[in-house]
Design a protein around this ligand. Structure first.
Ligand SMILES: Nc1ncnc2c1ncn2[C@@H]1O[C@H](COP(=O)(O)OP(=O)(O)OP(=O)(O)O)[C@@H](O)[C@H]1O
Length: 246
């Protein structure tokens, strides 16, 4: 059984068909790169999967349950977590409390003490390499650390499916490479399935199992990184240039 199945999903904003009949299966343990030119509909699709947008039409099954009309908190409970392009953290709280707060928001943490939540938060901070920075306020952290903290916050929800939205934006190549390795590491250690929206194609292509390409709200290609990079339809969508050297 697929972990996630989208069937004929649509979402329009006024006259704009942001997601236009998308069907997609995600198997457990996969890491999928979701790519496509600006405005292709990638973030809208992630908003639909995480429950921030209700689709106009179509069906979403997650782990055997129909979640099409379920709100984000129910989907989070079932195991869907996401990061945001602009990290959504509490700026006046320390890194540690930001993650502990996410732990305490979990259904299974109802009877958890703050002490236990902090202990668990320390594990996630360590996993993303931010343990030494645990007492720094989020508002005092540079973008690279905020991206790591955003990942730790999402992991603290103990997801089965992690949706990562443009985590590399604004990072330098060395930072981006560290985050790429971290994504591989957390996937293995926490047995995750990942859908990763990314514009830095070179990083996606050398990391993911499968690439899904969107353009004008539709999936125009999918396959291995090599297949997709050589697909003429994809090259055309990326303004005719050869898209990436792999
Ligand atoms: N809340 C909204 N209201 C109106 N239009 C929207 C909204 N969200 C997205 N759109 C439109 O839907 C289309 C798809 O946008 P979306 O952000 O999903 O694309 P994207 O592939 O994530 O783009 P990018 O790579 O630039 O982030 C665009 O034309 C966008 O302007």
């Amino acid at each position: 059984m697929a972990l996630l199945t989208l069937t004929d999903v649509y979402k329009s904003f006024g006259g704009v068909k942001a997601v236009d009949g998308v069907s997609m299966r995600v198997e457990k343990g996969e890491i999928i790169g979701l790519i496509g030119p600006n405005g292709a509909g990638k973030t809208t699709l992630v908003n639909i999967i995480s429950g921030f947008y209700k689709p106009d039409r179509g069906e979403i099954l997650f782990n055997g349950s129909d979640v099409t009309t379920k709100p984000p908190y129910i989907r989070a409970k079932l195991g869907i977590a996401r990061t945001f392009q602009n990290p959504r953290l509490v700026s006046n709280m320390t890194a540690l409390l930001n993650v502990a707060y996410a732990v305490l928001g979990r259904e299974d943490a109802k009877n958890m003490s703050l002490y236990e939540a902090v202990a668990e938060a320390i594990y996630y901070l360590d996993l993303v390499g931010l343990l030494r920075r645990r007492d720094v306020l989020a508002k005092d952290m540079p973008l690279y650390e905020l991206r790591l903290l955003e990942l730790a916050r999402a992991l603290a929800l103990r997801p089965k499916l992690l949706l990562i939205d443009e985590v590399m934006a604004g990072l330098n190549p060395a930072e981006a490479e560290k985050v790429r390795k971290l994504i591989i590491n957390i996937k293995e250690q926490l047995d995750l399935t990942i859908i990763w929206i990314e514009h830095v194609l070179k990083l996606v292509m050398k990391t993911v199992d499968r690439v899904v390409v969107m353009h004008y709200g539709k999936i125009i290609a999918e396959g291995s990184p090599k297949e997709v990079a050589e697909n003429p339809v994809v090259i055309e969508a990326y303004t005719g240039k050869r898209m990436v050297a792999i």
